[in-house]
Design a protein around this ligand. Structure first.
Ligand SMILES: NC(=O)c1ccc[n+]([C@@H]2O[C@H](COP(=O)([O-])OP(=O)(O)OC[C@H]3O[C@@H](n4cnc5c(N)ncnc54)[C@H](OP(=O)(O)O)[C@@H]3O)[C@@H](O)[C@H]2O)c1
Length: 173
């Protein structure tokens, strides 16, 4: 099992739009299929994310992670959270539950930056994957300052994706 991100980031370095949506929604060409997320999900057992990232999924038209275990780091269980979603306030205890449920597939650490940094600091993040989108959004949330700038990054993979995006995968150290 590997824990990996695949976060979308604009060419000017933002992971959200100015009003707080994941930055990919600003791309008129955006779809999970076109940017490789459907194929990526085939190798996964679970998704792991922070409560802020999770909450919009509760009212989404379509559940974004069918057939995957769902783990959420948060101090409370948001109203309307489906019963199968595991919510825990302690990052290490949640990680134990992720590991206990794992059947050999990878875990997608969806985000956001605070939760990515929490698991990076614990030494649990195997791969920092980024999808650089052909977008300039001007403002929004960046990976830093949530992510510590002392993280040493090593480029492991690069792929040119359709629709002008580029996938970069880094390991640490
Ligand atoms: N571009 C992309 O691919 C992408 C992907 C995912 C998310 N996003 C964006 O990222 C933004 C959210 O990012 P974010 O960093 O602000 O929030 P986040 O990581 O999604 O969630 C933060 C919450 O997770 C819990 N948490 C995080 N670290 C913790 C720790 N060490 N101990 C205990 N609890 C912890 C806390 O929940 P409680 O407050 O309940 O205690 C905290 O408020 C959203 O706007 C979303 O759109 C973008």
């Amino acid at each position: 099992m590997q824990i990996r991100t695949r976060m979308c980031v604009s060419l000017d370095g933002y992971v959200t739009t100015p009003d707080g949506w994941p930055v990919q929604v600003a791309d008129p060409n955006w779809s999970p299929e076109a940017f490789g997320f459907v194929d990526f999900q085939k190798g996964l057992d679970a998704v792991l994310m922070g409560r802020t990232t999770f909450e919009p999924a509760i009212s989404a038209e379509r559940w974004p992670w069918p057939d995957l275990d769902n783990f959420v780091l948060g101090s409370h269980r948001p109203e309307g959270t489906p019963d199968h979603v595991v919510v825990d306030s302690d990052p290490e205890r949640l990680l134990e539950q992720v590991r206990a449920a794992n059947k050999g597939g990878d875990v997608h650490l969806v985000g956001g930056p605070r939760t990515v940094e929490t698991y990076r600091r614990l030494g649990a993040l195997d791969k920092l994957g980024l999808i650089v989108m052909p977008l300039l959004v001007g403002a929004g949330l960046q990976l830093t300052p949530a992510l510590s700038t002392d993280a040493a990054l090593r480029l492991e993979e690069q792929h040119v994706l359709p629709k002008g995006a580029v996938e970069l995968v880094y390991t640490f150290g």
